[in-house]
Ligand binder design. Structure first.
Ligand SMILES: [Zn+2]
Length: 284
């Protein structure tokens, strides 16, 4: 068990080291304790990153542990994650792809020498997807785009597909994801699509963009959509199938939920985001 002093000292040490000697650098970490050995896995993220960044210290830690520690991620992500900051994207990813989060932890120098092994989880640059020539697809309506999403999901042997579409009906990004328990659970189709777009453009999800998915976004994907939109009141999320699983219930995209109230409090503003299921009677 970690004492509060040790947690605060770890946050201090991590925030103070590295290329950004700035105590406001958000950090996230977890401790793996084995007999005679304590290993701290941690991530840092620049405090001056734009608010729409499609990653964070918490996201980087979870995705990186999945990717860099394929034989140990199940064990490691059961540990409590400590973070100095966490938004809806972080909260959602902990719910879906990890276990527990303590946030915010304070960063304080108690003069303790921790003497633990420290492993930094660096920023990932996931391989960009092989882009199909989607620009020629003559999609205009919601039904067209949902039909295309369904085709992508089946063509790529995925079970979920997501599309990001501009107000001018251009496909800005897309991704698929297989529902396979062995693959990176922190990279659902929507997460891949948004991170891919962000890495290519450095831009937020533009105003009046639409997101089409074959399945209702879960808490993690909903959080990422929420945090990475330029104006979350001015985008639309359209999905084909309802997901009855517990991870897709009461997300930040659903009105009157705890997550939505928390997110509006953090922004100090009410938000009227439109998320809706397109009827299957439309044959999409
Ligand atoms: Zn998801």
């Amino acid at each position: 068990m970690l004492s509060e002093r040790e947690i605060e000292q770890a946050a201090w040490d991590l925030g103070a080291s590295g290329r950004a000697p700035d105590r406001t650098v958000p950090v996230a970490f977890l401790l793996d304790e084995r007999p005679g050995q304590r290993t701290l896995y941690f991530s840092r993220f620049p405090g001056n990153a734009p608010p729409w960044a499609a990653t964070s210290a918490v996201v980087q830690l979870i995705q990186g542990i999945h990717e860099f520690h394929p034989t140990r991620w199940r064990h490691l992500l059961r540990k409590r994650i400590f973070a100095t900051a966490a938004n809806e994207m972080c909260q959602g990813m902990v719910k879906v792809a990890a276990k527990r989060l303590t946030c915010p932890v304070s960063s304080r120098d108690h003069g303790i020498s921790l003497g633990w092994e420290m492993i930094e989880i660096q920023r990932l640059t996931p391989p960009l997807l092989t882009q199909l020539p989607l620009s020629d697809f003559p999609a205009r309506s919601d039904a067209d785009f949902l039909r295309l999403a369904r085709r992508l999901a089946s063509d790529a042997a995925g079970s979920v597909a997501a599309l990001l579409v501009s107000p001018e009906n251009t496909i800005l990004s897309w991704a698929v994801n297989r529902r396979d328990p062995d693959q990176n659970q922190a990279r659902h189709a929507e997460v891949r699509m948004i991170q891919d777009y962000w890495l290519r453009t450095g831009r937020p999800i533009p105003r009046y963009a639409r997101i089409y998915t074959t399945l209702k976004p879960c808490k993690m994907c909903a959080g990422m959509i929420w945090e990475t939109a330029e104006d979350v009141s001015a985008i639309e999320v359209v999905f084909r199938e309802m997901d009855e699983g517990r991870y897709a219930r009461h997300t930040v995209l659903d009105p009157e939920t705890h997550a939505r109230r928390r997110a509006c409090r953090a922004r100090n503003a009410p938000v009227s985001l439109i998320s809706r299921q397109l009827s299957r009677q439309l044959d999409v």
